[in-house]
Design a protein around this ligand. Structure first.
Ligand SMILES: CC(C)(COP(=O)(O)OP(=O)(O)OC[C@H]1O[C@@H](n2cnc3c(N)ncnc32)[C@H](O)[C@@H]1OP(=O)(O)O)[C@@H](O)C(=O)NCCC(=O)NCCS
Length: 137
């Protein structure tokens, strides 16, 4: 059974997930700042071991960004990612009560776009917007 818990993971848990999905390790101080400034943080546990994660960052009223959706390989394809996204979408719906025009973004990893399309995410192009960009300095 998987437990979904709204909490900030420890830096060790975060790095465990990050490494498991092949993204490397992040400095503890950077994780501390990032997670402390997170609007909504959701951990998935199998017994006492973290096996999945997702979070929302942003201003809660005009723009939010979904980040760090991770399920460790041994637990992938068991609908845990789906559960995490659905809970995140529920939270975003709460924010939308204040501003129905709130925009929720995600920057999918290459090859993961179709996973997000299942939930109603569309590309910026299909929304009539310009391409997403990253500041490269
Ligand atoms: C992407 C990820 C979060 C999906 O989580 P998951 O728990 O494995 O996914 P689910 O079991 O909920 O999958 C639901 C459906 O989406 C499909 N799916 C899963 N990953 C997919 C992908 N990368 N592309 C397209 N479809 C995908 C599944 O096959 C499943 O289809 P089905 O309902 O027809 O059986 C997980 O694979 C992961 O952590 N990947 C590595 C990290 C990563 O890339 N995260 C995304 C960063 S933007």
């Amino acid at each position: 059974m998987i437990d979904y818990v709204e909490k900030i993971p420890t830096p060790e848990e975060f790095n465990f997930l990050y490494e498991s999905v092949g993204w490397g390790r992040i400095d503890k101080n950077i994780i501390d700042i990032a997670l402390t400034n997170t609007l909504y943080s959701l951990c998935a546990y199998n017994k006492d071991k973290i096996i999945g994660y997702g979070r929302i960052i942003g201003d809660k009223s005009m723009f939010v960004h979904i980040q760090d959706i991770m399920v460790i390989p041994e637990f992938q394809n068991q609908k845990i990612g789906t559960e995490i996204i659905n809970k995140i979408i529920d939270r975003i719906k709460d924010y939308k009560v204040v501003n129905p025009n709130l925009r929720a973004y995600i920057g999918p990893s290459k090859g993961v776009e179709n996973f997000y399309k299942r939930f109603g995410f569309i590309t910026r192009k299909d929304a009539g917007l310009g391409e997403g960009m990253i500041l490269d300095i």
